[in-house]
Design a protein around this ligand. Structure first.
Ligand SMILES: [Zn+2]
Length: 84
């Protein structure tokens, strides 16, 4: 089963570090290393929409088509971090 980061939706297999870290240094199986390190989010004030916008910008920088980037990130608001 493929796991996705529950904050940004990136496949965990794409995470060069294999996942974020908890306060005690153990690996998070929910969030990637770009979103979550040492038990805290990098952008704690982000809304789901801001996170989506951020990811689209990152993908565009890597040369991805803007519409495709949006399609790939539209599931972000449904991820565990944003379901409150
Ligand atoms: Zn992430």
């Amino acid at each position: 089963m493929q796991k996705f980061c529950q904050s940004c939706g990136m496949p965990m297999s794409k995470d060069p570090k294999g996942g974020g870290t908890e306060v005690d240094g153990s690996k998070s199986d929910q969030f990637c290393s770009l979103c979550y390190q040492e038990g805290a989010f990098f952008n704690p004030d982000f809304s789901a929409r801001e996170m989506q916008e951020f990811c689209v910008q990152q993908m565009k920088k890597q040369g991805m088509n803007g519409l495709l980037a949006w399609l790939l990130t539209r599931g972000i608001p449904k991820l565990a971090r944003w379901r409150v």
